[in-house]
Design a protein around this ligand. Structure first.
Ligand code: AR6
Length: 170
């Protein structure tokens, strides 16, 4: 039976089939959770990312996890908030979650931990982003009910954890 869980902490320390990185279009690293994942995974991650030739907003690509406890990293590129209409932002953010889950399933993975895509440097309001994230994951789990997928939403800070808790209780 698939389920959604929430957790607070540093995603680079967490064990799962895959963790999801909030990357940028270059896929060549950056700050925030992206920087932390590259630092913890080691330089082989960057070498593999160089072979992927970037990634469009809303899309996702997969690499190995190298020195991370996670086996794989799924790199997705969230929308930069206000670069689009609010509707388009929500659609692009939903696509990040959906495409990451599709990619995990295509690789026969059964546990995935998401960072909170776009809610840092990219400026997506945390509550709105969490609503999109939970709705999209719940819909995906419903549509893929024959496939076991354990989804964890990772909050780095207490405030985000509380927002996740509120979404979980809905
Ligand atoms: N573990 C889990 N979550 C984290 C961690 C961590 N170690 N560090 C930060 N967060 P951001 P974005 C949370 O800015 O908004 C990068 O430079 C953070 O609190 O990392 O999608 C990329 O290269 C926030 O809730 O990603 C891109 O250029 C969430 O992760 C750009 O930032 C996302 O914040 C992407 O911006």
């Amino acid at each position: 039976m698939s389920e959604i869980k929430i957790i607070q902490g540093d995603i680079t320390t967490m064990k799962a089939d895959a963790i999801v990185n909030a990357a940028n279009k270059s896929l060549l690293g950056g700050g925030g959770v992206d920087g932390a994942i590259h630092a913890a995974a080691g330089s082989q991650l960057l070498e593999e990312c160089k072979t992927l030739h970037g990634c469009d907003t809303g899309e996702a690509k997969i690499t190995r996890g190298y020195n991370l406890p996670a086996k794989y990293v799924i790199h997705t590129v969230g929308p930069i908030y206000r670069f689009h209409t609010p509707d388009e932002d929500a659609k692009l953010l939903a696509a990040c979650y959906r495409n990451s889950l599709n990619l995990a399933k295509a690789h026969n993975l059964h546990s995935i931990i998401f960072s909170s895509i776009s809610t840092g440097v990219y400026g997506y309001p945390a509550k709105d982003a969490a609503k999109v994230a939970f709705e999209t994951v719940r819909t995906w789990l419903d549509e893929n009910s024959a496939y076991e997928m354990n989804v964890t939403m990772c909050a780095f800070e207490q405030g985000m954890y509380q927002i996740f808790q509120d979404e979980l209780d809905k």
